[in-house]
Design a binder for this molecule. Structure first.
Ligand code: PMP
Length: 427
């Protein structure tokens, strides 16, 4: 049986291929695997890179200005830590706040505040209007979950390699001023790895939109490079100000995949007016963030160069894993024309498109063979991928040998699912 694009096979050859895939799948199932490539978590050896955090701050408790960090106060976070991230995030230190342990919490709460109180430039709180958000797809499932919880309608827009399709975005915004927000992961987007071009960013900050429209600029992967070919950081705040819409971007980031997820530091950056709005809201929520954790992070990372050096160590661990994904798909899927995927230059994911109508079945087959993969559809609002084609691959967590085994099994499941889909279409 020599490989050829499945869709080109005549029915007899397709049946033959299906029988071979089914046999391979039975053998896979008999192997009794228990592997998990569902979520984009750092591996244990990546976490080891930050183990100094476990004993820092080593008795120290003052910042550079001499403030006692053991006490309440300092709602904006440590200036030293904000300075380390200001350049990579392209936010002036004065407008970059270092806060709690999760950027997702800040995004959630920002939307809650906008629903209750409205945002600068808006006439009414969002919650007193029927509002919607633009959601580039495929995208990050937890972004969609926040909106679903609040009952905010999501309108999918297609993603290209250089960011969302700006013509689609512009025509939607022009026609509908109930659109108040848009999710953006501008660097190494989750899951496609797309990096927004400067042209796309300029278009997003300048196109006509409601005065209280906000870009939720989730720069989660700004420093997570996997190659030497790196995008220059884009100063979205400056471009928005230049375009006359200084308040449009709200910037979020965190050290979750720099140090320890869940025990790191999250950031918020925006225009002066938005920062003042944020501070006013936050003052009712907290008497200040965990500044000792921030001090630990300053001691670990030291400065912007220290941050880059730290991220290089992550890259050394991650590069072989991303290479393993590419190799597996090239060897197992490409000969059958059974998938298209990206080779990201950074971030945490590979986005794989299989034959339309086959993703759910493939993920189900993989699961039944002991290989847990992100549920098909998770990368779309309401879990609904209209083509049932996209599968998000998260290769970072398992050791590389385990990852190879999981990918090989997943490919077996995909081939069987695609052969089934095609045969069903021939009946
Ligand atoms: N944004 C994106 C795009 C992510 O992929 C993730 C983590 N998977 C997060 C935010 C979560 O960030 P945090 O840990 O700071 O809440």
């Amino acid at each position: 049986l020599s490989p050829a694009p499945l869709a080109d096979l005549d029915t007899a050859a397709l049946r033959e291929a299906h029988a071979a895939f089914a046999q391979a799948y039975d053998e896979l199932k008999a192997a009794g695997l228990a592997l998990d490539i569902t979520r984009g978590k750092p591996s244990a050896d990546q976490l080891d890179l930050s183990n100094d955090l476990l004993h820092l701050p080593d008795g120290a408790y003052r910042d550079a200005a001499g403030t006692d960090l053991r006490n309440y106060g300092g709602p904006n976070g440590l200036p030293e830590l904000r300075a380390i991230f200001a350049d990579a995030l392209r936010v002036p230190v004065a407008q970059l706040l270092a806060l709690g342990n999760s950027s997702l919490t800040i995004m959630h709460d920002t939307i809650a505040q906008a629903l209750i109180h409205g945002v600068p430039g808006g006439e009414l709180p969002w919650g007193r209007q029927s509002i919607s958000f633009l959601a580039p797809v495929p995208g990050y499932d937890r972004h969609f979950t926040i909106l679903e919880r609040f009952g905010i309608r999501m309108i999918p827009v297609p993603m290209n390699e250089d960011g969302p399709d700006v013509e689609a975005v512009a025509s939607l915004l022009a026609a509908d001023d109930s659109i108040k927000g848009m999710w953006c992961v501008p660097v190494y987007s989750n899951p496609t790895g797309a990096v927004y071009s400067e042209e796309v960013v300029r278009a997003l900050v300048s196109m006509p939109a409601a005065p209280d429209f906000r870009l939720f600029w989730d720069n989660a992967y700004a420093v997570h490079h996997l190659s030497d070919d790196r995008p220059a950081p884009i100063d979205v705040l400056a471009l928005a100000a230049e375009a006359g819409n200084p308040d449009r971007p709200l910037i979020f980031a965190s050290t979750s995949k720099v140090t320890f997820p869940g025990a790191g530091v999250a950031f918020f950056g925006a225009s002066e007016a938005n920062v003042a709005w944020f501070q006013h809201n936050a003052a009712a929520q907290s008497i200040g963030p965990d500044k000792l954790n921030q001090l630990r992070h300053v001691q670990l990372l030291k400065d912007a160069d220290g941050l880059s050096a730290h991220m290089e160590k992550h890259r050394t661990i991650l590069e072989p894993k991303f290479a393993a994904v590419d190799t597996a798909f090239r060897e197992r899927l490409a000969p059958w024309g059974a998938g298209t995927w990206n080779a990201p230059k950074g971030g945490y994911f590979v986005s794989l498109d299989v034959l339309d109508g086959s993703a759910k079945r493939a993920v189900q087959l993989a699961k039944e063979a002991g290989i847990a993969v992100t549920p098909a559809g998770a990368t779309f609002p309401y879990g609904d991928d209209p083509r049932d084609a996209n599968i998000r691959i998260a290769p970072t967590f398992p050791p590389v040998e385990e990852l190879r085994t999981a990918l090989d099994g997943l490919c077996t499941a995909i081939l069987l699912a695609e052969a089934e889909t095609l045969l069903a279409g021939r009946d």
